[in-house]
Design a protein around this ligand. Structure first.
Ligand code: PMP
Length: 428
C-alpha cells in the first residue's frame, strides 16, 4: 500500500498539532510508522487519503456500532443542522433521548448529557463525592475513565501505551485521593476499603474492561463489589462509556444483572458526535445543579445535532431485537476463526471477548488484569498490527485496546479478516 498523502499530511500536522494528533491513541507510537489519515468511511470500511480501503475494527473507538455513515444518523444530523446548530436553551430532543436512554438502561431515573466520556466520569465522581460527603475513590489499574486528573493514576489505553499511566501535572493532593486496586481481585478492594474506613465515596470501574485489551470480570467479581459498596455506603460507578448500548440495550447492568449506583456513557450514545452522559436514580441525580448543590455545566451540552445523532442511534438499537445477538455471533465467529489460524501457526496468544468487544494478546498466560495484559509480547503485536494493516485490516495500534465489532460487517468481511490473520501468523 502507498501512504504518500497520509505521510505528507502527518508531517504538516506535526508542525501545528502536538504529535500531529488530537488524541494520543491515534498516533502509531507503540507500533511505529505514521498514522493514516482517513477521508471517508461507510459501513464497515475506512478509506484513507491515498484511496486505500480497510475493514475497520476500531470504529471510531466504539461509537459506530451500526457502521460508518449510518443513514438514519446522517439524515437526523442534516435535518437538525438546517434549524440552527446550537441555542444554549433547552430543546425537545434532549428530553426525547433522555427518556429513551432511561427506558433502555436498568436502575436509572434521570440522565445528564455532557460532551465526552471524560466529562461524564469526572462529573459522576464529583456527584458521588457530593452525595456521600466522602473524598476518596477507588479505581482499577489499567482502567481508563478519561483524562481528568483523578483518573490518571495507573490509567490504561493511550496513557499506558505512551508511558504516562501517571501523568505529570496531576498534583500529589489529587493523586492521594485515588486508591488503586487490581482488576478482578475482590480481596484487594476489601483491604483498601478496610484500610480507609468511612473515607471512600465511590468505586469507579469499567465493568468489562476495554482499555487494557478486553478483560471480562471474573464470576462474582461485580456482585462482590456491589455487596462491598452496599455494606460500606460506597457508590458503585459503572463506567459504561464503551459497554453502554454495546453489550446489551441496558449495558453491563443488564448483561450480568448487577445494579450500579451511577452509570457513565459515551461513544455509542452520541452516534459518532461528541456526547457523554451520566445517570443514576432520582435521589442521586437530584443533587445536581440547578436543583442540588453539586455543580456541573456545559455550553454545548445537549447540543441539538449531537442529541439528534444519539437519538437516531438509540432508536435503531432499541427497535432491533436481534442486533445484540447478531453482534455476538459475528464476534464469536471472528474469535473462533482467529484462534484456529493462530493455533495452527503456533502463535502463542490469548483472545478475550465479551459480546462485540474482543482483543488479541500475544501472552502466555490468561489476561485477567493489568499485569497479565502487560505481559504480552509487544514485538509480536507490532508485526501483527502492520501485517494486518498491509492486508487492509485496521485494528487499534496498541495491544492495550479492545477491537469494536460493528453490525455492518458481513461474514465475507470476517472471512477476509481471518484469512489476513492466517497470512500474518505465518510471518510471526
Ligand atoms: N471511559 C472509558 C471506559 C473509555 O473507554 C473512554 C475513552 N476511550 C473514556 C471514559 C473517555 O471518553 P472520552 O474519550 O470521550 O473523553
Amino acid at each position: 500500500m502507498q501512504y504518500t498523502r497520509s505521510s505528507a499530511l502527518f508531517a504538516h500536522a506535526e508542525k501545528v498539532i502536538p504529535g500531529g494528533v488530537n488524541s494520543p491513541v491515534r498516533a502509531f507510537g507503540a507500533v511505529g510508522g505514521t498514522p493514516i489519515f482517513i477521508k471517508k468511511a461507510y459501513g464497515p470500511y475506512l478509506i484513507d487519503e491515498d484511496d486505500n480501503q480497510y475493514i475497520d475494527y476500531i470504529n471510531s473507538w466504539g461509537p459506530m456500532i451500526l457502521g460508518h455513515a449510518y443513514q438514519p444518523v446522517v439524515d437526523a444530523v442534516i435535518e437538525k443542522t438546517k434549524l440552527g446548530t446550537s441555542f444554549g436553551t433547552p430543546t425537545e430532543v434532549e428530553t426525547q433521548i433522555a427518556e429513551l436512554a432511561v427506558s433502555m438502561v436498568p436502575n436509572i431515573d434521570k440522565i445528564r448529557f455532557v460532551n465526552s466520556g471524560t466529562e461524564a466520569c469526572m462529573s459522576a465522581v464529583r456527584l458521588a463525592r457530593g452525595f456521600t460527603g466522602k473524598d476518596k475513590i477507588i479505581k482499577f489499574a489499567g482502567c481508563y475513565h478519561g483524562h481528568s486528573d483523578s483518573f490518571l493514576i495507573q490509567a490504561g489505553s493511550g496513557a499506558v501505551t505512551f508511558g504516562s499511566p501517571n501523568s505529570p501535572g496531576v498534583t500529589a493532593g489529587t493523586a492521594k485521593d485515588t486508591l488503586l486496586a487490581r482488576f478482578n481481585d475482590l480481596n484487594n478492594v476489601r483491604e483498601l476499603i478496610e484500610a480507609n474506613p468511612n473515607e471512600i465515596a465511590c468505586i469507579i470501574m469499567e465493568p468489562v474492561a476495554g482499555n487494557m485489551g478486553c478483560i471480562p470480570p471474573k464470576p462474582n467479581f461485580l456482585q462482590g463489589l456491589r455487596d462491598l459498596c452496599t455494606k460500606h455506603n460506597i457508590l458503585l460507578i459503572f463506567d459504561e462509556v464503551m459497554t453502554g448500548f454495546r453489550l446489551a440495550k441496558g449495558g453491563v447492568q443488564q448483561l450480568y444483572g448487577i445494579k450500579a449506583d451511577l452509570v457513565c456513557f459515551g461513544k455509542v450514545i452520541g452516534g459518532g458526535l461528541p456526547v457523554g452522559a451520566f445517570a443514576a436514580r432520582e435521589e442521586i441525580m437530584n443533587h445536581l445543579a440547578p436543583i442540588g448543590p453539586v455543580y456541573q455545566a456545559g455550553t454545548l451540552s445537549g447540543n441539538p445535532l449531537a442529541m439528534a445523532a444519539g437519538l437516531a442511534m438509540l432508536q435503531a438499537l432499541n427497535q432491533d431485537d436481534e442486533v445484540y445477538r447478531r453482534l455476538e455471533e459475528k464476534t464469536a465467529y471472528l474469535h473462533v476463526g482467529m484462534a484456529r489460524v493462530l493455533d495452527a501457526n503456533k502463535v502463542v496468544h490469548t483472545i478475550n471477548r465479551v459480546g462485540s468487544m474482543i482483543s488479541v494478546h500475544f501472552s502466555e498466560t490468561a489476561v485477567v488484569d493489568f499485569q497479565s495484559a502487560a505481559s504480552g509480547n509487544n514485538d509480536t503485536f507490532k508485526k501483527f498490527f502492520h501485517g494486518m494493516l498491509n492486508h487492509g485490516i485496521y485494528i487499534a495500534p496498541s495491544a492495550f485496546e479492545t477491537w469494536f465489532i460493528t453490525d455492518a460487517l458481513s461474514y465475507d468481511d470476517l472471512d477476509k479478516t481471518i484469512a489476513a490473520v492466517e497470512a500474518v501468523a505465518k510471518t510471526l
